[in-house]
Ligand binder design. Structure first.
Ligand code: UT7
Length: 317
């Protein structure tokens, strides 16, 4: 299809919050979190904005791609934790890196980076643009209820980025949306309008963990099979699976359902937790940096989460 990956980069804030530290704040334990989710610690931004983290990931991706910000034709950021409704994170990254191209955000929760990648591919296919900076960046820590042990132990902050250009490395893709606010709900800021009618909705992030879990396991298997079929490859041809890092048990279930061995799944959930839209690009950048990705390798990317939404694609490295 239309694009190939030129370079990748990521950034996570320095402050690590361990499970033991969380155990001082809510009724939980390192043992429970490791067993049920697979997270040891997560990074939390103390003073960096989503745009600050996105900018650092972007700069790393530009170095990895070997191109200048002035050569970018478009910047697309997947995020649900923009610092402001306006300007966008993408706009602030554009200014910080000295790019001159159009820039906009896409909101699709944990699938945000994948939706942004598909958007980049569509723009390149149309012939309008050549080089696109695609970012997933989140500061979900500011939205969480840190007294709610069912959500505060899961999420982390960070940003991942990829520079893509015209090429033949994007073999197939799929996107899925199942509109729902019952399973996963993330509030928006409400001003002080006297006309605004308050609803019964919770003010903080709400997640029905088990329903999300079922959705995730089902979607990964279905989406990866679909894109492999569209790309004309069998599942055993896939060299690496880079999936959203939401729960190690979800990844293990997906491995079983797809009959793709766990060794092919890239896993870094233990270090960063669930960084929402930043999860897949951080994992891809770490896999790239590890030197394990070889030219011609087939990589399946997949994400799922709020929306509800999911997406997958097959990349030829
Ligand atoms: O990125 C967006 C996509 N999100 C996901 O994919 C998340 C998918 N869901 C999950 O990862 C899991 O459902 C969770 C990690 C959120 C929860 O794990 P679970 O195994 O589904 O736990 P549960 O909600 O079924 O709760 C089991 C027990 C309950 O206690 P009782 O009722 O059995 O006594 C909970 O109260 O575990 C308790 N529990 C906890 N205990 C210690 C729930 N959270 C915690 C906690 N520490 N943090």
């Amino acid at each position: 299809m239309s694009i190939k990956v030129l370079g990748t980069g990521f950034y996570v804030p320095p402050r690590a919050v361990t499970n033991d530290e969380l155990s001082q704040m809510v009724d939980t334990s390192d043992e429970w979190i490791m067993q049920r989710v697979g997270i040891r610690e997560r990074r939390v931004s103390v003073d960096e904005t989503t745009a600050d983290m996105a900018t650092k990931a972007a700069k790393n991706a530009l170095v990895s791609a070997g191109i200048e910000a002035s050569e970018l034709d478009l910047i697309v950021v997947g995020t649900i934790s923009s610092d402001t409704a306006c300007p966008t994170v993408a706009g602030m990254v554009q200014r910080a890196i000295g790019a001159k191209c159009p820039a906009f955000d896409i909101s699709s929760a944990c699938s945000g980076f994948m939706f942004a990648l598909e958007t980049a591919a569509a723009y390149v296919a149309r012939g309008n643009v050549k080089n696109v900076l695609v970012i997933g960046a989140e500061r979900l820590s500011k939205l969480l209820d840190w007294k709610d042990r069912s959500t505060c132990i899961i999420f982390g902050d960070g940003a991942g980025a990829a520079v893509v250009t015209k090429g033949e490395g994007y073999l197939a893709s799929t996107m899925y949306t199942q509109g729902s606010d019952e399973v996963l709900f993330i509030p928006d800021v409400v001003g002080s309008s006297p006309f605004y009618e308050r609803t019964e909705k919770p003010r903080f992030v709400y997640m029905d963990g088990q329903e999300t879990f079922k959705f995730a396991v089902g979607r990964i298997a279905r989406d990866v099979k679909e894109v492999a079929q569209k790309a004309g490859i069998t599942l055993d041809r896939i060299n690496h699976v880079v999936t959203h890092q939401a729960n190690i048990r979800i990844i293990e279930f997906a491995s079983k359902k797809l009959k793709i061995p766990m060794e092919k799944f890239f896993v870094n959930i233990e270090k960063y937790g669930n960084t929402s839209a930043a999860s897949v690009p951080i994992a891809l950048a770490e896999l790239h940096a590890s030197g394990k990705l070889k030219r011609g390798d087939i990589v399946a990317l997949c994400a799922f989460g709020g929306g509800l939404s999911s997406a997958a694609c097959i990349i030829k490295w």
